[in-house]
Ligand binder design. Structure first.
Ligand SMILES: [Zn+2]
Length: 509
């Protein structure tokens, strides 16, 4: 968050299974941040993509009767399609099977090798193929089960190349002590610190028994461990996302990596250590979000309780899903996704509180003022200052990545405007010509307040808020945050009545 440029990433998604609501959640939250930073005037680079190597992908491919490449092509396309459905505004979509990525991974691995912190050794450990990770005996669940997947792990032993992760203890602890927290929320920072304090084992960074991966440059019989290959995507993407442009110079290191809590260790411990070894700058901050739960359990293919986001998008459009997730799942904590909860917020908040308010406002301006917003803002100082307070509180919460609290701030203003309709009762004012000025002021205040709401919510519901601005007589309206405040918009605008923003969805049964 410095010098006006902002580089943020989602994790790259592993193509061993179809996308589910957990992936959608990470992408949506990251996209809200990216769009908001653009509204603040930052030069933003937003990266997402797919992680395609490793034995799990090779196995899934074999099980489906495909080559790893065919399998990766197919699944990667589904993740790309999900991003499009979600209206993710990413600037690039990286695939770790891209030749450009593989070349740069090989270069960086050579630098790591030259650092002296890579050595050959033999390693045996309990391995979960789904995690692509080794576990210590004491980390396993009863019956030697993976703590994440609750499936049996296997004993794996081979000659590999190792990274001397154990040598980075002090440097990592110093990183965690830096003034701007390296990891948010703080509980996750503490968790990373504990992992390091409890002692780090060196990391096996190559695999001998598979060939679906990036060959180790100095030992082509082995491939680079899929996680090391994957983590470096955040760097390699900048080298080829825009041919002819040096994005590394402009955007490295990343300002923000967003991820779910199950991959904290890879990002908070292993990733910065690898970068330090390669002589590269470490990212400025990680944000670790919780799980989107269904009935108290993390969704996973293995557990068989996966929510498919596509039917929700088909039925309601994308914006209500973006809104619901932001509002319902407190960013940084676990939250529960339920169809009932979704419908309750859709009807109660989006259709009734926001959609109706906009419709009533636009139709009253039509009826009482021939469709033109009064040009004189009057002296509604109280509401003007409430809007200013809401806009600055919203930006402050967004800066702290308190996305759910930011949405609460906007909703407080929506409710305030609904009360204002009842208090001022424009339909009563309209009957008395002596109160024309009061009516002007009420209509102006409602329209201008709604414009501020629409600008703030643009990062969350881009399509619907563009329509709302159009209804308020601001087609292609400016959404920069510095015009969100009072007095920058609606005076004298000609409103354009529109259909309901969030139409009632009839039950199909
Ligand atoms: Zn696992």
């Amino acid at each position: 968050m410095s010098d006006g440029r902002f580089y943020l990433t989602t994790p790259i998604y592993y193509v061993n299974a179809d996308p589910h609501i957990g992936h959608a959640y990470t992408t949506i939250m990251s996209d809200v941040i990216a769009r908001h930073r653009r509204q603040r005037g930052d030069d933003v680079f937003f990266l997402t993509g797919t992680d395609e190597h490793g034995s799990k992908v090779a196995e899934s491919a074999a099980a489906a009767g495909r080559s790893p490449r065919e399998h990766a092509d197919l699944l990667s396309e589904r993740f790309r399609a999900l991003g499009t459905e979600l209206e993710a505004s990413n600037d690039f979509f990286i695939r770790t099977s891209d030749a450009e990525h593989e070349q740069v991974v090989a270069q960086v691995l050579s630098r790591l090798h030259e650092s002296g912190d890579v050595y050959k050794g033999s390693y045996g450990g309990w391995y979960c193929t789904a995690c692509e990770a080794f576990y210590r005996e004491e980390e396993l669940l009863e019956g030697r089960m993976c703590p994440i997947h609750r499936t049996p792990v296997e004993w794996l032993e081979e000659e590999n190349w190792f990274f001397r992760l154990s040598a980075y203890r002090d440097r990592l602890l110093a990183l965690y002590a830096s003034e701007a927290p390296f990891v948010l929320p703080e509980t996750r920072l503490n968790e990373a610190r504990r992992m390091v304090e409890e002692g780090l084992e060196d990391l096996s960074i190559s695999r001998a028994q598979i060939d679906w991966g990036v060959p180790v440059p100095w030992d082509p019989d082995q491939v680079v461990y899929v996680w090391v290959d994957a983590l470096f995507n955040y760097y390699t993407a900048l080298t080829y996302a825009r041919p002819g442009e040096d994005l590394v110079e402009r955007f490295w290191p990343a300002d923000l990596h967003v991820m779910a809590k199950d991959i904290l260790k890879f990002h908070a411990v292993i990733w910065p250590a690898l970068l330090m070894a390669a002589g590269m700058a470490v990212p400025r901050q990680l944000f670790v979000h919780g799980y989107v739960l269904k009935g108290g359990e993390k969704m996973s293919k293995t557990a068989g309780n996966v929510i498919d986001p596509f039917p929700f998008i088909e039925r309601y459009g994308i914006d209500p899903l973006r809104y619901y997730l932001m509002r319902e799942v407190s960013f940084g904590e676990d939250g529960v996704f339920s169809a009932e909860g979704f419908e309750a917020r859709y009807t109660g908040e989006l259709a009734n509180e926001l959609g109706n308010l906009l419709n009533r406002t636009v139709s009253m301006i039509g009826r009482y003022r021939d469709g033109r917003v009064p040009s004189d803002p009057g002296d509604d100082d109280e509401l003007a200052s409430e809007v200013a307070t809401a806009v600055s509180a919203f930006c402050r919460e967004m800066d702290q990545l308190a996305l759910t609290r930011a949405a609460d701030v906007v909703w407080g203003l929506v409710r305030r405007l609904n009360r204002l309709v009842e208090e001022r009762a424009p339909w009563t004012l309209a009957k008395d010509p002596d109160r024309a000025r009061e009516l002007d002021q009420a209509l102006y205040s409602l329209a201008e307040g709604l414009r501020a709401v629409a600008v703030m919510l643009s990062s969350i519901m881009p399509g619907s808020m563009a329509r709302a601005l159009e209804a308020l007589g601001q087609p292609g309206g400016a959404i920069e945050m510095d015009v969100a405040g009072w007095g920058n918009g609606v005076a004298d605008a000609v409103v354009a009545p529109t259909g309901p923003l969030f139409p009632r969805i009839e039950d199909e049964e």
